[in-house]
Ligand binder design. Structure first.
Ligand SMILES: *Cc1c(COP(=O)(O)O)cnc(C)c1O
Length: 422
């Protein structure tokens, strides 16, 4: 064992969260894609299997079972998620999918009025979010070319908060931004952006898909109006898991833009009245019958976040990504790599964007060696060490494998997809 490898094992020995690693199905290799699809834990597997048992044994009575009744599961899982976003239990519900929830938020909170007709986003946003914003504008008869403002990036990687602030002009009706940029991993200053938007009378919300489960938030204290995020990324809820929706309580009672009977007050839902009486909670923004089997794994998974504490998760995350950046500087210098993620801790989310002109083939070579990254064209290798199951030794080994691959030109035998992408 080299000195560096010994150092990695010492970091693992001192890691307070190390015990959670054994709770996951880790597979044979090194999994660094937890920001796209988190791994399955034994606890999530157990709560999923309990939901299946409830269906098998109770049939329709599963909706009202004593233990985790399905009727309240979106609210129950929402309340368990609330500490991760810094909200009250009734300000969060687990429902739908992220893109669907963006539609619900826009349908509810985008109120073009007079001169105030524009939506503010960024040019580095995730495509699905922009597609949702664009279609919402079209639904109101507004031309997205004129009414969707995308703040431009100065360096192609990050968004300068100053530029967002400058774009919050009096024709903006709503601001919708990522907390963490999906490609570079930049963490925006959510508190400041919210304060400025509100000074200018503009409602503001966030897509927190790349921060929930890896960084803390204080949505209620900061006064954020609404937010959405995925259940299947850092929350490890499984493919297509129920997504998250936060609505600040000052908006409770606002009629959902996309209405359906599951947004009803619980005690009135089975009155079967044609008029919706919306719940006085984030639950009002649900639409139809919850996907119980996509909610159930989150019960087990979120228990682990409760035990670990999001503060400790963030601390380990920053240590892991900081360690990864240090190793890249040390092991991979002169090989054509660049770090696309801000180095300051307060501007860094949970993953590191490693840039290289041969990123696509390097990713293929990594996968062949059992390291799972993901590739974002044209030149980004995203590496996400998930704090609950990634060790420092995993990070060390991944960089060591990268050094060998590129040092020995092993990636050159793979086709260069960049030509196709460009
Ligand atoms: C992952 C991700 C999505 C995915 O949305 P789905 O509706 O779950 O497919 C949307 N937006 C952002 C910012 C994401 O990171």
């Amino acid at each position: 064992m080299t000195q560096d490898e010994e150092h990695a094992t010492r970091l693992d020995a001192a890691d307070e969260l190390a015990r959670f690693r054994d709770e996951f199905h880790l597979g044979a290799g090194i999994y660094l894609d937890g920001n796209s699809l988190g791994l399955l834990s034994h606890r999530a597997e157990r709560t999923l299997s309990e939901a299946v048992t409830s269906w098998r044994e109770r049939g329709i009575d599963g909706w009202t079972a004593e233990d985790h009744p399905w009727f309240y599961l979106p609210e129950e899982v929402g309340a368990m998620t609330a500490p991760l976003v810094g909200a009250a239990p009734d300000e969060v519900v687990a429902t739908g999918g992220t893109t669907v929830n963006v539609h619900q938020i826009l349908a509810t909170f985008f109120r073009p009025d007079g001169n105030q007709t524009k939506i503010l986003a960024t040019e580095l946003d995730f495509p699905s979010d922009i597609q949702a914003l664009t279609s919402q504008l079209r639904l109101r008869g507004l031309d997205p070319d004129k009414h969707l403002i995308r703040v431009t990036s100065r360096d192609g990687r990050t968004i300068d908060e100053e530029d967002v602030v400058a774009a919050m002009t009096d024709d903006v009706a709503l601001v919708f931004l990522p907390t963490v940029l999906y490609r570079s991993g930049q963490l925006l200053d959510v508190e400041r952006l919210t304060r400025v938007a509100h000074e200018r009378g503009i409602p503001i919300g966030f897509d927190a898909a790349h921060s929930v489960g890896v960084a803390p938030h204080s949505f209620s204290d900061w006064g954020v109006d609404f937010a959405v995020w995925c259940g299947y990324k850092y929350l490890n809820g499984g493919p297509g898991a129920a997504a998250g929706l936060y609505v600040n309580r000052r908006h409770f009672g606002r009629r959902p833009g996309l209405a359906g009977w599951f947004g009803s007050r619980k005690d009135r839902q089975f009155d079967m009245d044609h008029d919706l009486i919306p719940a006085e909670s984030a639950g009002a923004y649900q639409i139809g019958t919850p996907n119980i089997l996509s909610l159930a794994p989150l019960l087990g998974s979120l228990e682990m976040f409760d035990e670990a504490g999001i503060g400790r998760v963030r601390e380990k995350s920053l240590n892991l990504t900081g360690y990864l950046i240090d190793l890249v500087d040390e092991y991979l210098s002169g090989m054509g790599f660049a770090i696309g993620t801000p180095r300051e801790e307060k501007r860094r989310g949970g993953h590191v964007a490693l840039e290289h002109p041969d990123a696509a083939r390097i990713c293929m070579a990594l996968k062949a060696k059992g390291v799972v990254p993901d590739f974002r064209p044209p030149d980004v290798i995203r590496l996400a060490p998930a704090p609950l199951y990634t060790s420092y030794h995993d990070v060390w080994r991944a960089v060591e494998i990268l050094r060998r691959i590129v040092g020995e030109g092993q990636h050159e035998k793979y086709p260069n997809e960049r030509g196709v992408v460009a």
